[in-house]
Design a protein. Structure first.
Length: 63
């Protein structure tokens, strides 16, 4: 079965919120002495996600 990928576009502020939420979840799991493997993987994926540049028109380009 083919796995599906989802692409999520976040601005700088939203990206920070996701990182902080995952880090808080990880800290809570550590405090409860529960495994953090899945959260660790997701946190690293989120931190290392590539940027996507948006194309902008130049000032001199005609419409």
């Amino acid at each position: 079965m083919k796995s599906e990928e989802r692409i999520l576009s976040l601005d700088h502020y939203e990206h920070g919120i996701v990182i902080n939420a995952l880090n808080k979840l990880r800290n809570d799991l550590i405090g409860e002495r529960r495994p953090t493997d899945a959260v660790d993987d997701l946190l690293l994926k989120t931190m290392d996600a590539p940027y996507q540049r948006t194309k902008r028109r130049s000032r001199h380009e005609t419409r």
